[in-house]
Design a protein. Structure first.
Length: 375
């Protein structure tokens, strides 16, 4: 595989060409339906369709979702990671009533999970601690016996920052689509307790997860986890009324997180995989999450352009410098199962072609194009 070339600063029109390569690669991914990261991947393909005008990408998403509906009653173990926002966007695009009906059923399913004593929904009852990632055979760290030799510890019930992206935005979008106030309430009932458990006010950042057994956070400020939190906050906000008291709380946390991420940005424009550990490697998907979230927030007036636009431009240059000519975002870490040890995150292999890399790249290109005034 050739090394990525540092591109000249791209005009908006050229971003569509880059999005095409990234989306074509993502079409080849062996989707699990559902797993952590599928949601941002499908949202990325929908954004690619809008950015490039190529309906193949949105058609692919529609087809996957219709296939899911055919076996919906046979739910997978990770059904709570389903791409609810993409489902509703597909409904808006093609007005297929079966998609909206499925979204309502998914909302009922999500609302039926038990809660912690503090009111947070518990999605993962038996969290796998330090489970090794699935590496392809051609990866230099591939070891066919590694997964079998190391059984993951059972961390018990946990609340994960990833769910900040899965839950609140879905219910808020369903509120926007249907106008039913119960979904507005569910959006806040999901995201506010997640903030209480996971957002560290002293650090201005999210922890990866919270453990019910110990009533403690894991103590690691994982970079991509804060990307999930960043987008979860803003995508919940964008579908709630501006005068909603709960939405104001979400906005305040979003702005605090944005300020802290700005302080931690590396001189290259990227971020370290353990955000407060400059010895840990720079992980590229984080920059994509930030370009997407900050660009959207600047357009909506939630972040000051004179302060945060330079952060976006620097992060975008870093991001584009790490995209291969074929559209692969290099330097993305593999699926990162939870741990209480920072070393686990520092040692996570990179080189993945995955939805949580290609998807944020596509959503970032779309959001940045809109910030630049593109179509």
């Amino acid at each position: 595989m050739t090394k990525p070339q540092v591109p000249a600063y791209l005009h908006v029109g050229e971003l569509g060409r880059l999005a095409t390569g990234a989306a074509e690669l993502l079409l080849l991914y062996p989707w699990k339906l559902w797993f952590w990261g599928d949601s941002i991947g499908l949202e990325g393909l929908l954004d690619a369709a809008e950015l490039t005008g190529n309906a193949r990408y949105s058609g692919f998403v529609h087809g996957l979702l219709k296939g899911w509906l055919a076996r919906e009653r046979h739910r997978s173990g990770f059904e709570y990671t389903a791409a609810g926002v993409a489902l509703l966007r597909a409904y808006e695009s093609i007005q297929d009533a079966s998609l909206l009906a499925a979204a309502v059923r998914h909302a009922e399913y999500m609302a039926a999970f038990r809660k912690t004593t503090g009111g947070a929904y518990v999605r993962y009852e038996n969290a796998a601690i330090e489970l090794p990632p699935e590496l392809p055979p051609d990866h230099p760290n591939y070891d066919p016996g590694r997964g079998a030799s190391k059984a993951a510890a059972n961390g018990g019930p946990c609340v994960f920052v990833d769910s900040v992206h899965f839950d609140g935005p879905f219910f808020a979008k369903l509120f926007q689509v249907t106008g039913a106030d119960k979904y507005r309430k569910l959006a806040l009932d999901n995201i506010l307790p997640q903030i209480d458990l996971l957002f560290d006010s002293s650090q201005g950042l999210f922890h990866h997860f919270w453990m019910e057994r110990t009533q403690m956070r894991n103590g690691v400020l994982w970079g991509r986890g804060n990307g999930w939190g960043l987008l979860g906050l803003i995508h919940t906000l964008e579908h709630l009324p501006d005068d909603d008291a709960g939405a104001r709380t979400v906005l305040e946390v979003f702005q605090r997180l944005a300020r802290r991420l700005t302080e931690l940005q590396d001189s290259t424009g990227g971020w370290h995989t353990v955000l407060d550990d400059p010895a840990s490697y720079l992980e590229t998907s984080i920059a994509a999450f930030v370009v997407d979230g900050f660009s959207s927030a600047i357009r909506r007036g939630w972040l000051a352009e004179d302060t945060f636009r330079p952060v976006v431009e620097s992060a975008l240059r870093f991001l584009l410098a790490n995209v291969h000519p074929n559209g692969l975002l290099a330097g993305v870490s593999y699926e990162t199962f939870p741990s209480t040890r920072a070393e686990h995150y520092r040692n996570m292999p990179r080189g993945a072609m995955v939805p949580w890399g290609q998807g944020p790249l596509l959503t970032a290109l779309r959001s940045y194009t809109l910030l630049r005034g593109g179509a």
